[in-house]
Write a protein that binds this ligand. Structure first.
Ligand SMILES: [Zn+2]
Length: 314
């Protein structure tokens, strides 16, 4: 089974001069043995995630619950989508689901009941695990799973019950600049190839989901530049809510890529190290509070979750 431990950054491939990310830091982030954190019992000093303004009258809200790292339960008018949430241990230093939450997701217990679409942007260990996805599909007979073709093959190879679920598994890795279209119930899904760094072989896809008149984008772990994103025409798709990895929100070139090529109404920030992870790179920028304050200054329309199972409506 070729599930590679996740290394988030490919510093040498950073397309913008301002993007300097020492390889040692990336390695340290991965190797750092941060102790598991009891997320349910956060210290009183951690403020609640602010509540964004309610959506306009007549527009169904997008409800979002953070499962950790780049994982979310998304709900629009009762339609539930689970994305980048079905994995096992994850990667140390990030917020990830407790074992109890994993069990709830895989078995379809509230609030994860009635999920009809599960997505994984790529097959790295902090986004996907074949046992978690396979078990989820066995327990949620009405659910479809969509990911890259690499993830589909990993599932086929590693999950013993694959024959029983394969009809509900779709592996799609379109060519760069192309779009694959899928429909699951009345969810319209567009799938884009958004590369995970030019020096990596892992396939990463972005998902654009339309339902109830709302448009949602999740980019996964991409490092696609403004030039890479341009052919996708995302800025014309009237994206209400984009899930964006935090590195796009820190320096000018990446920020421009989001503003010009994605142009979302609202942003959820993802893949941030956990607030108490003592992450070396985040520390080099002044610490978690400063980094998140800087993001909020540059993008007042961004929401940052701190701990697992926080929710917001957009
Ligand atoms: Zn990742």
């Amino acid at each position: 089974m070729k599930i590679v431990p996740h290394k988030i950054f490919a510093p040498a491939a950073g397309p913008f001069p301002g993007w300097v990310f020492p390889a040692a830091t990336a390695l340290l982030s991965v190797l750092m043995l941060a102790p598991a954190v009891a997320w349910g019992a956060g210290p009183a000093s951690i403020p609640e995630t602010e509540t964004p303004p309610e959506p306009a009258v007549g527009t169904p809200p997008i409800s979002v619950t953070y499962t950790g790292n780049e994982g979310f339960l998304i709900s629009v008018e009762g339609r539930k989508i689970l994305i980048d949430s079905l994995y096992h241990e994850g990667v140390s230093g990030y917020v990830f689901p407790s074992e109890a939450q994993r069990e709830k997701m895989e078995s379809g217990q509230p609030p994860f009941d009635g999920v009809t679409l599960a997505l994984a942007t790529h097959y790295d260990a902090d986004h996907f695990h074949p046992q978690a996805v396979g078990t989820f599909l066995q327990n949620n007979q009405a659910a479809t799973f969509i990911s890259t073709d690499q993830a589909r093959k990993a599932l086929r190879k590693a999950f013993p019950g694959y024959e029983g679920i394969k009809d509900r598994v779709r592996g799609l890795t379109p060519a760069e600049g192309a779009v694959a279209q899928e429909k699951v119930g009345d969810l319209d899904i567009q799938i884009f190839n958004m590369h995970h760094g030019r020096n990596r072989t892992v396939e990463n896809v972005g998902f654009l989901i339309r339902t109830g008149g709302r448009t949602i984008l999740h980019m996964g772990d991409t490092e696609a530049t403004a030039t890479d994103l341009s052919p996708l025409g995302l800025a014309n798709k009237k994206i209400d809510l984009a899930f964006v990895p935090f590195w796009y929100l820190l320096t000018d070139g990446w920020r421009r890529a989001i503003r010009k090529q994605v142009a979302p109404e609202r942003i959820v920030v993802m893949h941030l190290p956990a607030p108490d992870a003592n992450d070396k790179y985040i520390n080099s920028l002044g610490g978690w509070e400063k980094v998140t304050a800087d993001i909020k200054t540059a993008f007042p329309n961004a929401t940052i979750f701190r701990q697992q199972m926080e929710s917001a409506r957009f």
